[in-house]
Ligand binder design. Sequence first.
Ligand SMILES: [Zn+2]
Length: 383
Amino acid sequence: MLKQRKSTICFILFLSIFFICLMGNFTFSSEASEQLIPQIRSNLNSKKIYTKKKQLKLTLQYAAEQDVIRYTLDGSQPKKTSLIYRAPVKLKKTTVVKACVYRGKKRCSKVYRWKIHIKRPWKITQYADRSGSQAMFYTLCSPTGGLIVVDGGTVGNAAYVRKIIKEKGGVVDAWFLTHPHADHIGAFNQIYPDPQGITIKKIYDTPIDYQYYDTLDQSWDEIGVYANYLNLIKGDHRVHHLNKGDQITVGSLTIKVLNSYNDEVKQLTKDICNDASLVLKFSNAKEHMIFCGDAHSKSIAKYLKKTWKKELKTTYVQTGHHGNNSFPFFLYRYMKPEAAFLDAPQWLIDGEQYSAKELLSRFHEKKVTTYDYRTAPNEITLK
Ligand SMILES: [Zn+2]
């Protein structure tokens, strides 16, 4: 009886070991045994952010030579049919690499995982409006082909916006509309219903309540432009209304919403269309650019400073309201930009009645570089 029980226990033990071996999940506790498990090393690691312009190459190494490393670059588990590592792999964008060692058809190591963060410089371009008006039109381009558009300017600028988008591949990954004034969304309203081969993947706007805006609008607001926009985009799932604090990513960029239409903003201003502009902070690996749209009131400047404090520090800033009748200078001093953009043509800078020239001279006193329509297109890189 005892003998029979012993042999049963032995048999169960044997079966257990057999199944463990079959699954390939060996776990050894002694240090000596650990050395038998093939270990893969990578020249890149998950903790760093890679920003170099030159091609990034992933090298994988392990000790034994009779086996192969199989790997994937899409985050999936490596299988016995996955790619065999033979030479350094070129990485262009942020990639999840998974690799393990195969001995024949059998996996004989754990699955290694690295997320390689690659942030390349984006090019940001400011364009002057072809109508001669003050307006707002920027593109942000990644070296791997991503394209972001901010506003687009007047209806008279639509052909120019089309041309620029087509030159950059014709696909807009994200189109941000800071606020629905004619000199910001006029071109969009023209292109959206008649894209002529342009693809727009996502549209982001500020969710201004039309009824409320209608109670406050002034003649210069041209609220009909907003009514037109709302009719055009009705039911379009590509449109997203952004709220303060929202954060989205496009390629390697992180975009944080610092201002949008909400009840707080309603309490602070009567110039609701301008002051409910999306204020957006675009961040790459090291540098930032804040777009202020047409937000410009002192109350909004105080509100932004109080809400975001040090998050307002930036490398570049697009000054609110074309740099004319813009935010008080304390906000820009607080942001500490290296360069500031004014979406202003010559007449807006020279005109006696406008304050853009004073803002320019305040920036120049602080040794801040400025860009405006006189030298547009103006291009910088966001590292
Ligand atoms: Zn405006």
